[in-house]
Structures are given as C-alpha cells and as structure tokens.
Design a protein around this ligand. Structure first.
Ligand code: PMP
Ligand code: GLN
Length: 382
C-alpha cells in the first residue's frame, strides 16, 4: 500500500510517455490507437457542428446529456437483457477514469479493504488508497509453462481469492477483458467472484472498457449474473468503444442506489461532462444500436480488425526471442522476457519489466532501430 501511495509524482503513463517521446521510441504501452477512430466520428462531429443550436455549447444535465444517457441505456439494455433507466441508472463521466474515481471514492470509507486482482490497470490502487482503503491483492498466475500460453492459462488460486475477503472488504475491482493480460473471465470465474461478493455482502466494480474487443471468448458482464446487478457498478469508455481516446467520455451503469452515491462525487467535482462531445457520442451509439446484431456493427468489427494484428505481433515477439501470452481480449500483450534478458531483476524501487522497457527505450542501437522500423512496416503503424 505504501507503493501505491498517491503522494508523489510517479505515474507510469506520465513517465513512459515522456521517455518514449524524448527517445523517439514507439509507444505500444499507452492504449493510443494508431488506426482511425470509428469512421463516422468526424461525420457525426460535423453534423453536430452544423445542426447544433447554441445549447450544445452550454452546460448540460449533470449526470449525462439526455440524448447520451438514453442511448447508453438503450444500448446496454439490449446487451444485458434488462431495462436500464437512463435517468438514474446511468452516469456519464470524464472517461473510465472518472467513473472509477467517483465510484471508488464514493463507496470506500477509511479503513475499508479493497480486493484487486493482479495484474491490474494501475489507477485502481492509488484511487482506493486516496479514499482511505487498504488494498488486498490476489494474483492471476500462469497455470502452465508451455511454450505458447494464452491469457486463458492464467487464473487465481481459489483459496487465495477466498482468503482475501474479510469483514472489512467493501468491494472488489475486476477488469474483463483485462488490461494488460488480455484475460477474458469465464462464467465460472465470474460466478466464483459473484458467490463471494454475495456471501460477504460486498460490491463489485467491473471495469469492462474492452467489452467489445474479444477474440476467442465472448465477454460476459458481471452485472448479468444472478444477484449481481444490485451490487455491481459497470464501467465503460468511449475511448475504447469508438477508438476515440480523445473524446475522454466514460459511463457508469448500475442500480440507482449506487449510482446516486457516485453522482454525489461527480456533482461536486465535475458537475457535467462537455455537452458537445456527449451529443457526438450519443449519435455514434444510436448508429451502432441500429445495427447491433449485424457484422457491420463496430462493436463486432473492431475485434475482427484487431485479431490478425494480434497474431502478427505475437509472431514478431516470438521471432525476437520473447514468449508472448496470447491475449483473448483487449489490445495489450504481455511477454516473458526471461530468455533474452535474464539479468534484469526487481528491487524495492523498480520492477524488472520497467527496467527492461527503459533499457529498450534508452539503449536502443542501430540494429534495434532497424528492427523497429521493420516491425512498424509490418504493423502499418505511422
Ligand atoms: N480502465 C482500463 C482497463 C483502461 O485500459 C483504461 C484506458 N487505458 C481506462 C480504464 C481509462 O479509460 P479512459 O481513457 O476512458 O479514461
Ligand atoms: N494503457 C492505458 C490505455 O489503455 C493508457 C492510459 C493513460 O494514458 N493513462 O489507454
């Protein structure tokens, strides 16, 4: 928990984005799509600019611009098979970050415990610590040492998961599909967590920003498991759903009693998200909603588009002597570096993966530059 203290200025994105910029390295760590956002995003933006009355340049409804709240409720209503009330079961936030921040800070009280499954998206721990919680970590571990492993080979030890729950547990944070492992939780795994949440009367914050990016296994929504809607907060992101990280819009979906709490933090910190971009994203949702069951739907085509890139990158890593874990979802890939970098070790200040990536960024020579150029050519990255 000391390591995740919010005090101090260490932030992996700030640090590595600056390093990549300074040393002109390709940054595959930040989820910054190099391909275009969903094709019609510019069209919808122009449409709004042309049609808009001045109202799109003024504050909108605090918990979410009505057209967007309606579109989210309609879309997730279809995806979850339950009626979602746009007025009190949806909260539009500043990215998934906003959703994570206002839900964790509204539920956690000083002295609570928060269970986090490792490896995890880095902000869960510092936000929980800001809110006064102690983090209890449960690692996903590889269950095989085969040459080719996939994220499905990783799971937790059931006893460790059970032991993490205590009378102080307020909530568990899960992330499926997972960043960075790419694991897509199975129904059995979700059920195990659901059973424990119900048994210990805890909440579940389910970060599902990569919900539409799955390759080998369908995404299952925690909130759809029996008895879980009442205790689950689902987090989504326009950055991922429409490949538009700059839109910086996210949403929280859940029962009105929980949304009301998140909203009180939102009201007093953000008040409302930018109106114009909410209108644009509302129109994007409406379009996808009209073709949700077809292959043209972006929520389906994005994974089809990314899958061959995943396979190509895995091959390139193998050719470079690394051992990738093939992700079932999301757009990140972990790789075992021990064969090519056996001399990197973690110490109390820094983990070996961080040291190794810094080494790659700073010490790259002509050969690695050439190799990077070759990789880029194959990946069609600018
Ligand atoms: N959760 C996960 C798992 C993510 O990968 C990201 C983006 N990297 C976020 C939350 C934050 O998303 P946003 O950009 O919408 O704030
Ligand atoms: N890796 C994060 C993502 O998936 C990066 C987030 C950030 O830049 N803070 O987009």
């Amino acid at each position: 928990n000391r390591k995740y203290s919010p005090v101090g200025d260490k932030n992996v994105w700030v640090e590595f984005t600056a390093l990549a910029r300074d040393f002109k390295a390709v940054n595959l760590g930040q989820g910054f799509p190099d391909y275009d956002s969903v094709k019609y995003l510019n069209e919808k933006t122009l449409e709004c600019a042309k049609e808009s009355s001045n109202l799109l340049h003024q504050y909108t409804r605090s918990p979410g611009h009505l057209r967007l709240a309606n579109a989210i409720a309609n879309c997730y209503g279809k995806l979850t098979g339950r009626d979602i009330n746009p007025l009190n079961e949806v909260l539009v936030t500043v990215g998934a970050y906003g959703s994570l921040f206002n839900s964790l800070t509204s539920f956690i009280s000083e002295g609570d415990e928060v269970i986090i499954i490792e490896p995890f998206y880095d902000c869960y721990a510092p936000i929980s610590v800001i809110a006064g919680a102690k983090c209890v970590f449960v690692p996903l571990k590889p269950k095989t040492d085969r040459e080719m492993t996939t994220s499905a080979d990783w799971s937790w030890d059931t006893k460790e998961l059970e032991a993490a729950f205590s009378p102080k547990t307020k909530l568990i944070v899960i992330n499926t599909p997972n960043n960075p492992l790419g694991k897509v939780y199975t129904r059995e795994e979700l059920q195990q967590i659901a059973d424990l949440c119900i048994k210990h009367n805890t909440l579940c914050v389910s970060d599902e920003v990569y919900e539409h990016i799955t390759y080998d296994r369908a995404h299952i929504r925690m909130a759809t498991l029996p008895g879980m809607w009442e205790r689950t907060i689902t987090v989504g992101s326009a950055g991922k759903a429409f490949s538009s990280t700059g839109a910086k819009l996210g949403w929280t979906i859940g029962p009105k009693e929980l949304i009301r709490l998140c909203q009180s933090v939102h009201n007093n910190s953000i008040y409302c998200c930018p109106t114009f971009i909410q209108e644009v994203i509302a129109r994007c949702f409406e379009l996808e909603l009209s073709r949700l069951d077809t292959d043209e739907c972006y929520f389906k085509s994005i994974a089809a588009e990314l899958k061959p890139k995943r396979d190509r990158l895995a091959k390139l890593l193998i050719d470079a002597g690394l051992k990738p874990v093939i992700p079932e979802g999301g757009y990140f890939m972990l790789a075992d570096i021990s064969k090519i970098a056996p001399n990197f070790h973690s110490d109390e200040n820094e983990c070996k993966d961080s040291k190794f990536v810094k080494y790659l960024i700073k010490e790259k020579d002509e050969n690695t530059l050439e190799k990077a150029a070759e990789i880029l050519k194959n990946l069609h990255v600018d």
